[in-house]
Design a protein around this ligand. Structure first.
Ligand SMILES: Cc1ncc(C[n+]2csc(CCOP(=O)(O)OP(=O)(O)O)c2C)c(N)n1
Ligand SMILES: [Mg+2]
Length: 359
């Protein structure tokens, strides 16, 4: 990594930590750990299917894979209680699955079918359902942070025992909304947890080119809240650190920032071949693959056999086979659907009479 470009210093320092394989100590039992394994595999296998469907021209819109980062979404969302509310962003499919989103919804939505959660009107992970504690993603990076701080405040005002959680990329931590939202959450001392996914790149920009700090977690000090770095490729570590932050928030201790160090194992999106990432970084991080590591942990601890783990993957494969077929056989929405759901009760009378605000 002595490579330099335009005098801006080393090209990219997000080298993988040494491949020490021991995962964090955990309070989770066997059943819960197997559940975590299932969600990790479900996330990876769902996105792999979507990658194939994208190449066949079946996916409508973009596909922003979380490959290599699954432990961040899965481990953090797993630390929540049923009444909690999440605001996922584009690489948080794993968190949505943990919170109960079904593969059927995911397939229908990515292929923009009439029976998708948005009725075919939006794509990828861009859907929400407040009744299930799921705030829809917003493309504007950082914008969900003040929104989710507001959800946490609303929960407290309504006397609900809820914690609000959202995620942000390394690039997104340099937006104004990140600072304003986190400051607001801190000053109001609301039950809010922000997970910063430091995956080394914001599109093609290495992290070191858009901030001078090594650890995003230090930004928490500016707001007087705890900030902690965690190995984002160790699902147990992510769970344990997040659980502490969630418990503290629920007990009235206010918000926290968790920085999960990980790596984006694909391009920014499916159309991006990531040719700007030094190949040796992919090699280093492949050795730290979060699912392989957890798989080895489960075997080494005697929590599962190879056959049991293979059976989990086989069961997921069957579900995905069925849901892909079902979505492919489903109709697209009728064109008139574009006019539905725009206004709660139809357009205002003035609009029909010649335009809102017409003199
Ligand atoms: C406010 C804002 N600026 C720019 C963009 C365009 N954009 C979309 S994703 C992206 C890179 C995001 O990088 P990072 O926050 O590190 O998240 P990652 O993609 O690595 O998960 C950019 C610049 C946007 N969506 N919103
Ligand atoms: Mg990033």
């Amino acid at each position: 990594m002595a490579k330099t470009s335009r005098g801006l210093g080393p090209l990219h320092p997000q080298a993988a930590p040494a491949a020490a394989d021991r995962l964090a100590r955990t309070s989770l039992g066997r059943e819960q750990q197997l559940e975590l394994y299932r969600y990790l595999q479900l996330t990876r296998m769902t996105e792999a299917r979507l990658g194939n469907l994208y190449r066949q021209g079946k996916v409508v819109g973009g596909l922003y894979s979380s490959r290599g980062q699954e432990a961040v979404s899965v481990g953090s969302a797993y630390a929540l209680a049923p009444q909690d509310v999440i605001g996922p962003i584009i690489r948080n499919l794993g968190a949505m699955l943990v919170r109960g989103v079904q593969p059927r919804e995911v397939m229908m939505q990515y292929m923009a079918r009439a029976d998708s959660p948005t009725g075919g009107k939006d794509a990828n992970t861009h859907f929400g359902d407040i009744s299930r504690g799921l705030v829809a993603p917003i493309s504007m990076l950082g914008a969900l942070i003040p929104v989710m701080a507001g959800v946490a405040l609303a929960g407290r005002m309504l006397g609900k025992d809820l914690v609000a959680m959202t995620w942000i990329g390394d690039g997104g931590t340099s937006t104004g909304d990140f600072h304003e939202g986190l400051n607001l959450a801190a000053v109001l001392n609301v039950p809010f947890v922000l997970i910063a996914e430091n995956n080394g790149y914001a599109y093609s920009t290495p992290t070191e080119r858009q901030m001078r700090i090594k650890n995003i977690a230090v930004r928490a000090a500016a707001y007087g809240i705890p900030g902690e770095v965690v190995d984002g490729n160790d699902v147990l570590a992510v769970y344990e650190v997040t659980k502490r932050a969630v418990d503290r928030a629920r007990a009235g201790g206010g918000p926290s920032l968790v920085e999960a160090k990980t790596f984006r194992m694909k391009g920014h999106a499916e159309h991006d071949d990531a040719g700007y990432v030094p190949p040796e970084l992919f090699e280093q991080w492949r050795l730290r693959d979060p699912i392989d590591r957890f798989h080895r942990h489960l075997l080494a601890e005697g929590l599962a056999s190879e056959d049991e783990l293979a059976a989990i993957a086989a069961e997921i494969d069957k579900v995905l086979d069925a849901e892909v077929d079902r979505a492919l056989a489903s109709p697209f929405p009728p064109p008139e659907r574009a006019l539905e759901g725009v206004y709660e009760e139809g357009p205002p009378a003035e609009a029909e009479a010649g335009g809102v605000g017409a003199p």
